[in-house]
Design a protein around this ligand. Structure first.
Ligand code: FMN
Ligand code: SF4
Ligand code: SF4
Length: 293
């Protein structure tokens, strides 16, 4: 085994990145971080990559747990690609901190700015038409650099972001504690179960044909954008709103959190809902076939 790229994704940007980079490397497979890290160790890998979105100026919590549980070859070439929309914050530093405890350094780190997908707060922006071609170009460039085993310091948060992080992001991190409480399932739900299969956190199960949230949600947006009936909504109740207003009065975006029925949704144009449901083995087999054809 030569390489493994581990990715976490909600709406496909990071999965697409993993796929583009893997296509430039020899014998490298991509592995979703929704798997158990013990089933996909990197102990025999020469290249190990980590690709994930940025949540609240840091690394998504499920990606943190995954990497913490992963065994890695200490001599591997290790890279990270963070996929924020605008502010990367400490997303790469957080990974470096976890790897440091395993005595592993990052050889190459970069950021690829992507379409912002937090659709329960705002419509996707900038438009996919504008941003995706730029993202694709940068991914191809990064892929060729990684293929040449180039070295590059991973990006770090600037002084301003570091100073503001606690105050600006605290409300969102507080919200994470009950991230899936405001989700609603409408009458339009046809009990297809797709939302349960796309969820990277195994946070949804069907009970009597209706999805039930299990309270370990990352707010990744996969279920929201994949539902064929737009049956998943997001509405903070009056009680929760009161609590939020008391604790987060200085953060306007938290105040407007909600998902109007007409809001535009986003999924990376190269990734389908079906791709998000695939188990690692199926996905790898298909990627190999595609590469050899
Ligand atoms: C819960 C949540 C929090 C986010 N926080 C940030 C952030 O702090 N900074 C940023 O630039 N983008 C943020 N985003 C946008 C995503 O990082 C970005 O759209 C990413 O490319 C999505 O990747 P994916 O398609 O692989 O899920 C956030 C998105 C979500 C869903
Ligand atoms: S994807 Fe939508 S329609 Fe299908 S079970 Fe989930 S909520 Fe219902
Ligand atoms: S429940 Fe939905 S938003 Fe939460 S982690 Fe699963 S797919 Fe993402």
């Amino acid at each position: 085994m030569k390489g493994r790229i581990y990715y976490f994704t909600g709406t496909g940007n990071s999965m697409r990145a993993a796929r583009v980079i893997a296509s430039q490397l020899t014998d490298t497979e991509i592995v979703s971080m929704r798997a158990d890290p013990k089933d996909y160790p990197a102990t025999d890998c020469e290249i190990v990559g980590f690709i994930y979105p940025v949540y609240h100026w840091t690394m998504p919590a499920p990606a943190v747990s995954f990497v913490e549980g992963l065994d890695i070859n200490p001599n591997a070439y290790v890279f990270v690609v963070a996929m924020p929309s605008f502010v990367c914050g400490i997303a790469c530093e957080k990974l470096a901190e976890i790897l440091k405890k395993k005595q592993i350094d990052i050889d190459y780190g970069n950021i690829v700015y992507s379409v912002a997908n937090y659709v329960i707060v705002y419509p996707p922006f900038p438009s996919a038409k504008l941003r995706v071609p730029k993202t694709e170009r940068k991914l191809k460039d990064i892929a060729s650099r990684i293929a040449r085993r180039e070295k590059k310091e991973y990006p770090r948060a600037g002084r301003y972001i570091r100073r503001k992080r606690d105050r600006v992001m605290k409300p969102y991190l507080e919200l994470q504690k009950y991230a899936d409480n405001p989700f609603t399932i409408s009458e339009d739900c046809i009990s297809c179960g797709l939302c349960t299969r796309v969820c990277p956190c195994k946070n949804l199960t069907l009970v009597d044909g209706k999805p039930v949230f299990q309270h370990h949600c990352a707010n990744c947006m996969a279920c929201v954008v994949s539902c064929p009936k737009r049956a998943i909504g997001y509405e903070i109740t009056a009680g929760d709103r009161k609590l939020l207003d008391a604790s987060t009065s200085k953060t306007p975006l938290v105040k407007i959190m909600g998902l109007p029925k007409k809001r535009k949704l986003y999924m990376n144009p190269y990734i389908t809902t079906k791709d998000l449901t695939k188990e690692n083995e199926t996905w790898q087999k298909e990627a190999k076939q595609e590469k050899s054809s």
